[in-house]
Each structure stands twice: as structure tokens, then as C-alpha cells.
Design a protein around this ligand. Sequence first.
Ligand SMILES: *[C@@H]1O[C@H](CO)[C@@H](O)[C@H](O)[C@H]1NC(C)=O
Ligand SMILES: *[C@@H]1O[C@H](CO)[C@@H](O)[C@H](O)[C@H]1NC(C)=O
Ligand SMILES: *[C@@H]1O[C@H](CO)[C@@H](O)[C@H](O)[C@H]1NC(C)=O
Length: 509
Amino acid sequence: MQSVVCLFGAFIAAAVFHPGSCVETVIGLYGETIEVPCNNGNNKPDGLIFTKWKYVKDDGSPGDLLVKQAQKDEATVSATDGYKSRVSIAANSSLLIARGSLADQRVFTCMVVSLTNLEEHSVEVKVHKKPSAPVIKNNAKELENGKLTQLGECVVENANPPADLIWMKNDQPLVDDGKTIIITSTITKDPVTGLSSTSSRLQYTARKEDVESQFTCKAKHEMGPDQVSEPETFPIHYPTEKVSLQVVSQSPIREGDDVTLKCQADGNPPPTSFNFNIKGKKVTVTDKDVYTLTGVTRVDSGIYKCSLLDNDVMESTQFVTVSCEWMSDVLYFSINISGNYSADPSVIGIPKITSLTKHRSNDGKHKVLTCEAEGSPKPDVQWSVNGTNDEMSYVNGKATYKLTVVPSKNLTVSCFVTNKLGEDTKEISVFSLFEEDTSKPEKNEDGTEQAKVIVGVVVGLLVAAALVGLTYWLYIKKTRQGSWKTGEKETGTSEESKKLEENNHKADV
Ligand SMILES: *[C@@H]1O[C@H](CO)[C@@H](O)[C@H](O)[C@H]1NC(C)=O
Ligand SMILES: *[C@@H]1O[C@H](CO)[C@@H](O)[C@H](O)[C@H]1NC(C)=O
Ligand SMILES: *[C@@H]1O[C@H](CO)[C@@H](O)[C@H](O)[C@H]1NC(C)=O
């Protein structure tokens, strides 16, 4: 590899400018033989006596390398230092340096001596080396959702000049933003070889979807194509946001059945232990997510819950109803007839919750939940939380239940209605009374009602405004018609009068 740094070329520069101010540069490869040309091959003048290669040692003293007499085939190596065994001369007078190293990055000069002239041509040597392939080290075992974590360290070794490293996620470069992505690069030089190693540390704030992301590191170097590391992936940890309790057994559940409750959480890694609330009794299961009730009877019907060991706010509720053998027949029968006779409350009907709403009590200290259900015989109600059951009515097959609660935390409240024919359940979110901004309406059925009222008021105002406008217009029109005939001065704007006058003239014609 060879390049001329100065546009004028070595000759002109040497002649016109200070000698050495413009030097040809060649780039050699580390560990290989470096060829240093002498005046680009134009170095055999008439009457050539000898060619000599020399350099300037680090301490400034002259360093002779070799001399080649024109009549002799062999050159005489005059170097006594490390160059002694590494230098030779080519037929075209190029200096050949075996096993190039960074210590060879210096200026070499060939001296061409003929009968009539003495010329010197200097060449600067640079030695380049491609880095090793990039490797990602010290990988994080997992990343935590939303938390800046050191993901890994990318390393390339033994390059000259130093390599640049670029972190990539799914083949897209990652850019340091000083906050969610922080990239720290360091370059170290080997004291013996002088070669540089580059290391780049990536601190990264992962998101849940990064569980799919592939991280690589790309090394850029002038000695060849980009090199890319093996891709790395990372598990992403995040806390549970939702717990769900499932009744695994087939319904309807009959007396004597085994019933398995399964508790699931959406965090990663998934929690391995849970608290089950078995009709008010707390049971902790470790290293499993199920609890089995064996040989259930009707008294096992009721509310079951599960929650996280360390956070009982993460809770889920299910109602289990154990029916007797004969009941399923009744149930079957009632399904058949309910379509035809549902309007008649005297006819038996499976309970069905028609609405579950919430609103704040007038004094703002409680939440009142209202659960409305149809069904016959009169359904019984169960709520998943403690509270005051203050009202209950049952009219024409429609039951209304009210529960007053003082939620100190956000809750999911279930209303469960049951009669001997079946059951129904509905859930509603109730936000803590102690955190809410009391000026904001809740986003629920009440909210919808309020929105409807607001829309109604706005529409009403618009209609009223339109009516006022219409009345005014009619009034103006009437006054003007009068004024045209009488020639009285108008009360409208100047533009209006102009138009009206035009119309008047047209009418005259
Ligand atoms: C000198 O000769 C070598 C082969 O011996 C060749 O590779 C090189 O290109 C030549 N250099 C010049 C400047 O002609
Ligand atoms: C509900 O009340 C029962 C009985 O008073 C009590 O055992 C239970 O702990 C209460 N549950 C909650 C969630 O407060
Ligand atoms: C309750 O829910 C509201 C609205 O979703 C939320 O802003 C608040 O942080 C929650 N409070 C608790 C204690 O989880």
C-alpha cells in the first residue's frame, strides 16, 4: 500500500521547500514484510555507484541499514540493531523490512549516488493492524425493566490505529443519550507491541419488549470490512402487575369433586409462591401455583382468593359454587324454559347481573357499590370485600344490592349472585379514597352519566343560542323591510346598508 501525502510529490517538495517537509507515506501490515520504495522505482541513474538505505534513530543519531554496490549482486547489511536480521533490498531498490511492527513507523531514506549526482528520497512508514473480532464480555444475567443496567462490555484487541466500536440493537446503532443509554469507551495500548485494544461498556435501560432484542457490537477499522460480534439476548425482569385466579376444574362442580385453584402472575420471573385465601383462611403454597380442594361439598361454595406473598394488593378472586347432582337437571330445565318465560318473574330464572356500578357517598367518605341482578328465586349476593351491606331489594325478579366500603387501597371488587339454579359474577375496580384527587370525577358509569349530562347541557346551550340568533334575524329583517319603504335610516352595519341599497336600486329598475 502506498500513498503520497503531498500533492507536489517528493521531488518538487524536496527541491522547492525545506527538505523533508513533504514525505511520501507507505502503509505496511503488522507482522508482514513492509516494502519501502525508493523514488517510486525511478532510482537507476546513469553512472550509478551505490544505493544506501538509512534512517534516524530515536536518539537522533544516524542509523545505516544497508548498502548495495551497483556492480555487486548482494547488498551489505550495515545495521547492528534489530534491523540487522530483518532488512533486505529488492531488485528495484525497495527496502524490504520483514515482520513489520509499530516500531517501524518512522521515516526511511534511500540515497542514490551516481558519478554526477547524489539524491535522497525519504518515505514515511506507517504500520496498520486489523483488530481481533469483537466479543461481548461480562454480560448481564438479566435486565430489569426500566432500570439502567450494565448490559456488557465489547472488546476488540490489538489494532493500529485503534478500532471504533458501535453497539447495536437489532442491527440499529445505539446512541448514548446520557440517560437511558450510556456508552463508555476506553482505549488501552499494549506496552510491548504498541497495539491498541478498545473496550466499550454499554449501560442500557431495558423495556419488556427487549426480551426479543438482539444486541451486537460492531468494530469499524480502516483495515477492512466491519466485524460484528455474536448476538446476545437477555431475559427482562419486571414485577407482577396482575394476578389471576383460575378454577381449573370443569364446571359445574359437583359434590365429591376435587377442585384445583391455580394462581398466575404476569411478572418475570413468575412468582413461585402464593397466598391462597380459602374462604377467609390464609394458606401459603411454596414452589407451586395451585391449591386443590378435595371432595368438596356444598359448604365449600364461596369466595376464594390468591395473592402474592410479598404484596397482598396483587389479588384475584373467584367464586366457587358446588352444586348437587339433582340441581344440574333443574339447571338444564331452566335454561330451556327461561327464553320463553323470562318476562314472568314467577318463573324460575338463572341469576344474571345486569349492572355493577360505584359512586362516592355524599359525605365523600365511602364508596357505594350497587349490584343489580335478575333471577328467580331471589338470588343471594356475596361480595369479595368486607363492607356494610346496607340495602337490598327484590322487586319483580330484579334484585338490587348495595355495599358501602372504605377502600384504603385500590381494589377489584366482585359481586357474586347465586340461587339454586346458577350464578353470575361481575368485577369492578375501586380506587383508593386516600389517593384520589377528589375534584376529578371517576372514570366509571357515574363518569359516563356525567359526560352525558355535560353533552346534554352543551347541546341545550347551542340550541338556545341558535334560537336567539334566529329571533334576532327575523326581528332585523322585519325592521329593514319597514325601513326600505319609509326611507328611514337603517340600523345595520355600513356593509349591510350598502348591499341593501344596491338591492333597492335593482328593485327600482
Ligand atoms: C519493486 O519490486 C517488487 C517485487 O520485487 C514489487 O512488488 C514492487 O511493486 C516494486 N516496487 C516498485 C516501486 O516498482
Ligand atoms: C373481613 O372480615 C372477616 C370477619 O370479620 C375477617 O376475618 C377478614 O379478615 C376481613 N377481610 C378483610 C380483607 O378485611
Ligand atoms: C390506584 O389506582 C390509581 C389509578 O389507576 C393509581 O394512580 C394509584 O397509584 C393506585 N394506587 C395504588 C396504591 O396502587
